[in-house]
Ligand binder design. Sequence first.
Ligand code: NAD
Ligand code: ISE
Length: 340
Amino acid sequence: MALNIGVIGTGMIGQDHIRRLTQVLSGVAVVAVTDIDLDRARQAAPEGAQVFDTPKALITSDQVEAVVICSWGPAHEEQLLDCIAAGKPVFCEKPMVTSETAARKVIEAEVAFGRRLVQVGFMRRFDADYRRLKAVIDGGTLGAPLMYKSVHRNASVPEGLYTSDMPLNDTLVHDADISRWLLSDEVKGVEVRLPRRSTRGKDLRDPTMVLLHMEDGAIVDVEISVNIAYGYDIRGEVSCEQGIAALPNRPATVITDQHGIRQAIPEDWRERFIEAYDQEFREWIVAAGQGTATGPSAWDGYAATLVADAALRAVDSGAYERVTMIEKPDLYGPKSARAA
Ligand code: NAD
Ligand code: ISE
């Protein structure tokens, strides 16, 4: 029996996830869609799927067993709370929400419900290269991790829609999450440095340098460039006590022509993380079929939101901004990140 899914938000990633849910993965059917732009929802709807006028109507429909949220970040809070109120497993694209208050509401609602329902779309955790990198760090042969370099480059972002806060509250959340996961540690403070601005983004604040100070003393430096023209380039390198471990350069077709010998670079996240998105949904479908969720949790969404908030404060203050977390509810596993 296929799991019946409703998709909220049928823009770029909503359409890509509908494609994988209908053409790539098994055990699942997209039976409902909605978008504030109903024409877009109608165009994206797979054959036989019902188009709902509102997210709430979709979430509460008897036909829908589990929900995928791909709307804009600020809309996620209400949609997540409605899913939890309906007791339905929900995959929510990052950022889980865009403020600490909203993140705490989601956690409180899920804890009150008493079972995990939320998986957040931190797909890097499902990428084979990142999984191998984590296995090396966890294996301990290189000693303790001391520094991590995370490079996050986008060729371009949608002009007007992607605003100056978004390198921090939309893009950095991936680096914050992957740093917590790779280093099995929490972020205790954030600094931000603003280099000379790229003229390609007009009024956009870009690029951005961020330092994440981890609880055990490791430091992560993050480069965020969202308008770098040449492609989507994600790099990561951990310096440990006895060596370094890095993500490989992804094998790609080697092109030889009048410009020389070169390797193609992914155009955007869809191409670079195609297998990771497939795998995150494979694992989500299994858990959702059992009425629950695994993988990146509302707690992880909360932690990334706190880092984004601290980074935004650091832009204004120019100073080190502390990250202070509430006590971790039992629902999200051991209190210590190292034991998680
Ligand atoms: P998009 O603008 O292409 O699509 C968003 C869609 O949501 C639009 O069609 C819009 O009309 C709709 N929408 C907005 N608010 C809504 C609401 N309240 N109710 C119903 N529909 C609503 O944006 P996108 O690039 O597809 O991004 C969507 C989400 O996915 C964002 O949170 C973004 O950060 C995230 N995202 C994640 C990744 C990733 O790598 N995990 C990549 C891209 C986008
Ligand atoms: C986008 O929303 C994503 O999540 C991509 O993975 C990220 O690289 C990009 O910066 C975001 O805008």
